[in-house]
Design a protein around this ligand. Sequence first.
Ligand code: NAD
Length: 290
Amino acid sequence: MAERLNGHTLLVSLIATPIRHSLSPTMWNESFAKNKMDYAYLAFEVGNEQLEDAVKGIRALDIQGSNVSMPNKQKIIPLLDELSPAAKLAGAVNTVVNQNGHLVGHVTDGTGCMRALREEGVDIKDKVVTLTGAGGAGTAIAIQAALDGAKEIRIFNIDDQHYATAEANAQKINEHTDTVATVTPLENQTAFKQSLSESDVFIEATGVGMHPLENQSLITDPSFIREDLVVFDVVYSPAETELLKFVREHGVKKAYNGLGMMLYQGAEAFKLITGEEMPIAHVKEVLGLD
Ligand code: NAD
């Protein structure tokens, strides 16, 4: 690393808190080294209180771009000059591109998920999708699936504070895209089962299946699934959630975890900020994800 850094080295940042556990600095710096790019990526512990100064710093120091994570994904929006269509609809930003002082906000979680599906031969266009969850991940996925031309997105959410977000997401999708979006309480299991039986793709974006809910799955009845249903769980740790284990045991061939989404949301941000492709195979190897 020391050999690479010089007076011309360009900086990309990550602003979030807590942030020291993040895999992003390793992903990006390994990619810069592999691609022989004169860039460095650093994580800065920034919460809402320091956010405005941090954004001024991006401009003042000509930082090329930044990843943004919690708790800043929404709060950064009024500090930027422009938003991508997906960021505008999702109301969240995880990537800022600095175009000569003009800061453009993007959200790549949804594009990351869509690319992960595409890499498995699943194109969301014209598909009927059942989606559980309307938090950060569920929102970005719903919006991007609609922008990418899904035929229908049927959102199911438990009756908690995220239900209203699910309704707002559906409204935005119906107003701004050709996709038909609906929201139904997940407690209505008859409707959930019916929706799955009519869907091409099921995307699970609640985090059920991850610690502390690692022993749980939103589907425990084999009559809810078909062997040709595509199942995508945003969780990647554990690599095989209870849901993925269950559906595979019942014959589902196309069942994927969220590792691809995590890698491709980074790759999409990398492309937006640097214009280059992230060397995914190398990143997987370095992170021990092969
Ligand atoms: P969030 O807290 O913003 O939203 C959680 C959603 O799940 C809400 O809609 C909530 O109503 C629903 N929910 C919570 N508990 C539930 C339960 N017991 N049963 C049914 N629904 C329930 O969380 P988030 O930021 O959207 O993250 C969700 C998951 O996605 C986490 O596991 C996170 O690690 C994962 N994630 C993965 C990636 C990736 O790149 N693979 C990216 C972002 C998030």
